[in-house]
Write a protein that binds this ligand. Structure first.
Ligand SMILES: Cc1cc2nc3c(=O)[nH]c(=O)nc-3n(C[C@H](O)[C@H](O)[C@H](O)COP(=O)(O)OP(=O)(O)OC[C@H]3O[C@@H](n4cnc5c(N)ncnc54)[C@H](O)[C@@H]3O)c2cc1C
Length: 335
């Protein structure tokens, strides 16, 4: 990899592989009478439209996390509160997916869902995740707990937990925890927000800062604390089974009373890392139509390919871009 990363890598490829057009947006596929795809129409920074004819076209324009209209169409009103986890997501407006569907591509993946991450809405950093909630409680703006904060391994549960946050009023929740957090080795590494947590010496003062209803939230915490009766040994770096009793919703691990000041809180919203819906492809990354036939000349890779349902398996999104991009290139090279 050249010293200036991806841009340098592209620059090195250009003399061998072709040319790049910066600040240029693909807006439509060129479709021949026989239905084959023969390139794209683009619009450049000068506003002029150009037709780029090609025997093979690979759509690799990401998902639709930057397109509020598509998000609302596929996900409903909760989309109002879901923002991309990093500003780059705003450039992924689903144009490649939309163009392919309009040309007859079959949809694939769960269009109503997305890979969700718990982010601090106060932060302006990319990927400002807050993963401390399994060691505290999550409450909504009514001061109520609404799920099991620690049902199992964090990697397997955070997608569902943070999508549930998007379902709460105003799409926000607050993790509340206490000074016992200092017993967790390197706990601050679970937080990528540059903004410090809200803190106070009393719960009353903390809840006032958060603007949460005082008596309701104190009751929630009191009920939760009363249910923290497990005699098992607390062990923060493994699933310890220290669970609540007779509390709804339950908490399955690391359930200790919130009682030792200072008390802390982070606001958490659901960040959209990428959307799950895309187009269907075969093992050569060729886009398929609704009858399973190849849309001749059209390929897709990365988020533009629909792949996921329910829970995203960590670290596979870059991988699928590499895999399907390579498959497409290999197939095109043999044409
Ligand atoms: C903070 C963060 C952390 C992540 N961590 C991981 C991780 O640890 N492991 C992992 O596997 N994945 C991770 N991901 C997800 C992964 O990085 C992305 O899913 C992946 O990089 C997407 O690649 P892509 O090429 O499909 O889309 P993108 O990288 O989004 O590229 C799409 C490109 O197409 C351009 N474009 C869009 N529309 C058009 C158009 N009409 N015409 C021309 N160009 C267009 C966009 O500007 C963009 O440059 C993370 C993502 C984020 C934001």
């Amino acid at each position: 990899m050249p010293h200036d990363g991806f841009r340098g890598w592209i620059r090195n490829c250009v003399p061998v592989a072709g040319r790049t057009l910066d600040n240029t947006t693909a807006i439509a596929l060129i479709i021949a009478e026989d239905g084959s795809i023969q390139g794209v129409t683009v619009v450049g920074a000068d506003g002029l439209r150009r037709k780029l004819h090609a025997g093979a076209t690979i759509l690799a324009s990401g998902g639709y996390q930057g397109n509020p209209e598509m998000l609302t169409r596929y996900m409903g009103t909760r989309a109002r509160y879901i923002r991309p986890v990093a500003s780059g997501g705003y450039y992924d407006k689903g144009e490649g997916i939309r163009m392919a569907l309009a040309a007859g591509a079959a949809p694939a993946g769960d269009f109503s869902s997305y890979h969700s991450e718990p982010i601090d809405p106060r932060s302006r950093q990319p990927g400002a995740v807050v993963f401390i909630y399994p060691y505290g409680i999550l409450v909504n703006t009514s001061g109520e707990r609404f799920l099991d904060e620690a049902p199992g391994a964090s990697d397997a549960s955070y997608d569902n937990i943070t999508r549930a946050i998007a379902e709460q009023k105003e799409g926000i929740s607050y993790v509340i925890f206490d000074a016992q957090v200092e017993e967790i080795p390197r706990w601050k590494t679970s937080i990528r927000s540059e903004v410090a947590p809200l803190s106070a010496s009393s719960l009353e003062s903390l809840l006032a800062q958060l603007g949460l209803p005082l008596s309701e939230t104190l009751s929630t915490i009191a009920r939760y604390n009363a249910g923290c009766t497990s005699q098992r040994a607390y062990s923060p770096l493994e699933l310890d089974g220290v669970a609540t009793s007779d509390v709804i919703p339950p908490k399955s691990n690391w359930a200790r009373p919130i009682e030792k000041g200072p008390f802390y809180a982070f606001p958490i919203i659901s960040g959209n890392c990428f959307t799950f819906g895309g187009v269907k492809v075969n093992v050569h990354a060729q886009v398929l139509d609704n009858d399973g036939k190849v849309l001749s000349g059209l390929y897709a890779a990365g988020e533009t390919v629909g792949l996921y349902h329910q829970v995203y398996t960590g670290s596979t999104s870059v991988l699928r871009g590499l895999v399907f991009g390579r498959l497409a290139a290999q197939h095109i090279a043999q044409l």
